[in-house]
Design a protein around this ligand. Sequence first.
Ligand code: CUA
Length: 263
Amino acid sequence: MHASTKIEARLFVAALAFLMTCFGLSVYAVYAFGLDVPTCVTSVQPFDKGEVIERAPKHYEIHYVARMWNFDPPEVRVPPGSTLDIYLSSADVTHGFLVMGTNANLMAVPGAVNYTKLKLDREGSYEVVCHEYCGIAHHNMIGVIRVTNEPPSSPPGRVAGVTGERELNPGTTAVTSLLEGKGCLGCHSTNGSQLVGPTFKGLFGKEEHFEDGSEARVDEAYIKESITNPQAKIVKGYQPLMPVVPVTDAEIADIITYLKTLK
Ligand code: CUA
């Protein structure tokens, strides 16, 4: 009885000494190596908007803003061998940020700016994907970094990519990149598949039925109203989720022309 109490006391002292040593080492690590808990940078200027800044030849600083459901800037173009300083924040909820085929992997957290460095030597198109579930169109939250020596404004009708170049109808590229940039394609497909909003395929000229029981033919006026006042008519079976996206009258005209081609 007496002996076992003594052993217990020794074990207690040993455990306490071990604990103090661990604590002491943690404190030592903080001061000796300058380690600290990660600090948040608030999402203020200059990280509150998407931007590409050329700091030096082949050295770019990119400010990414993630939001439901796109990345700003949606497309970044750099020459091969470029080093990217990537700063990432979120305008709404927590998003993921992964540059496919690279080690660039961040979280976009509202109120914080996260950073990573990325060097891209190989030519091609690198998809930027959101890998944190962020709502109904999470799977459509995609951006791209194009590593190419081609000038930023490629001639209309040509799209450079890893798979080579393909010819598009003149003007189509401009409209699709407009739709991509404004985030429209996060919710509206162009191939007939159902996303958050009605598909663009076959939309023009269609008889649309609305939540309030009314119906209308999709024409120029309807498209314009849907863009400028998205809550005016809610298509039956869909939610009133569409935000007001700033577009000019000329852009609306281009979008309408494009929609007419999507039979
Ligand atoms: Cu953003 Cu998932």
